[in-house]
Design a protein around this ligand. Sequence first.
Ligand code: C5P
Length: 301
Amino acid sequence: MTASVTVRVPAKVNVQLAVGPLRPDGFHDLANVFLAVGLYDEVTVRPHDGLKVTCEGPDADKVPLDAGNLAARAALALAARHGREANVHIHIAKDIPVAGGMAGGSADGAGALLACDALWGTGASRDELLEICAELGSDVPFSLVGGAALGRGRGELLTPLETGGTFHWVFAVADGGLSTPAVYAECDRLRAGTAVPDPEPSADLLAALRAGDAPALAAVLANDLQPAALSLRPALAGTLAAGSGAGALAALVSGSGPTTAFLAADESAARKVADALTASGTCRAVRTARGPVPGATVVAG
Ligand code: C5P
């Protein structure tokens, strides 16, 4: 019997996040271009009497360990579908910022799902895993597949995208998190009374990704949630300015924030931007990462 299974799952940055009008179900239709980047959580599962979640890492105290944790929900969902008990200890080694707009919680959901499938020998098909991911949250399917993809619907309907090279990113981690529903609500408030168009992917942006052309991608990066994140956290403007002043090709809020993302021309430019952001004192931590990288992957077990 397998003693444990470990799955590594990347963070994401949204290179385009076009947000349509509020839907009757409380979600928004999106044109969401995801890029998986090399910051990772590792999820390890082993047999246990009952369901237990533990977490280690600098932000471990901010991760809920109850049934609200997406990793716990993933294990319960898979177990329910296969008529078994979720008797598993899930341990999360957390490196992705918590509530940071980089899909850290979604990564843990996708990771736990893949890990439990392997541990229990469930043999769930890719389609079944993707279906469970979509039930868990809008960003969870992308955490499973990784690479680069266009998400339609509320972000869960994925089309893989071709990328022609590696992009170099710097991420400034802010103090504290932002609640995703609160940022969407603020977006609605800021746009109240205006006509919101249906979200469409940018052809120029998809071409820049396909070509691996960082300057061209920088020119069209777009996040409709950015004004809302800045409204809720005005200090982020200082972080964005610090990275832009240090030579980043572009600066934007990652997803619903408050992590900010900086696209650099190459590795040495990324290092320079990272050093300047650290020196600026406008953020809690600075990380560099490349993308695209593969999605959730079994690394041991
Ligand atoms: O899907 P997920 O549970 O991650 O979504 C969290 C919240 O973010 C939703 O309850 C909703 O308020 C908001 N959201 C949205 N439109 C989306 C995705 C998320 O309004 N497409």
